[in-house]
Write a protein that binds this ligand. Sequence first.
Ligand code: ADP
Length: 258
Amino acid sequence: MTENHHHQIKQSSSTKRIAVKVDDLTVAYNYKPVLWDIDLEIPEGVLMAIVGPNGAGKSTLIKSILGILKPLAGSIRIYNKPYSKQRALVAYVPQKGSVDWDFPTTALDVVTMGTYGSLGWIKRPRQRHKKAALEALEKVGMLPFKNRQISQLSGGQQQRIFLARALVQNASIYFMDEPFQGVDATTEIAIINILKELRKANKTVIVVHHDLQTVPEYFDWVTFLNVKKIATGPVKDIFNDDNLTKTYGINYKVSVQE
Ligand code: ADP
């Protein structure tokens, strides 16, 4: 019995795997540091908001983790390996408007490209890739637009297409840079439902988020950022006026509905 008991305690106290680990990260543009000595551990399976004022370095943090920007110092691990070895595990939905869609391609093409992953550009998509793409379009409510040129969709619709593309990638970790920016209420609900579904599947979802009011409703984990990391952890423990004030620099109060 003692042994059994011991085993149970061991199991229940076993910590979650760390999906993303950032150590001593410092990033600068033109020698001006915009992220300063960031340490961050993101456990597997959380739905995490990154919050902080404009210019806090939220996008820079994501781009550094994804190897798009080269840091001055520090290391990034994705499931304990460098990002370059873990690309297939990671999906990224960039900020709306950050992609210029000059070339003619349909919504379905964009999503189907997401399924390529290891296939590369040369091979033609197979039937199952197309089927997965159509299912994802259905999920984000964009099936009726599958043959529309991506450039002829609204910003919010393009955002949904990107989300569908991230879904077919079947990644373990999702990074999204302000997915709710400028989308209507219906799209916002559709997106948050998909994010919650991803969490249920034990995916790790990391979202740059601006609407502080919805943090407790949408997310279970939060990182406060303003050049430095102010705090990171469960929303229920650390989403409070103290951390908001430290991050936003004014006496900040958010009325949280209990
Ligand atoms: P956030 O996403 O929190 O609004 P960013 O990560 O976009 O912040 O930007 C952090 C800081 O870095 C800001 O001061 C911004 O002006 C600066 N910055 C961002 N991109 C560049 C760039 N390409 N060149 C120079 N400075 C930049």
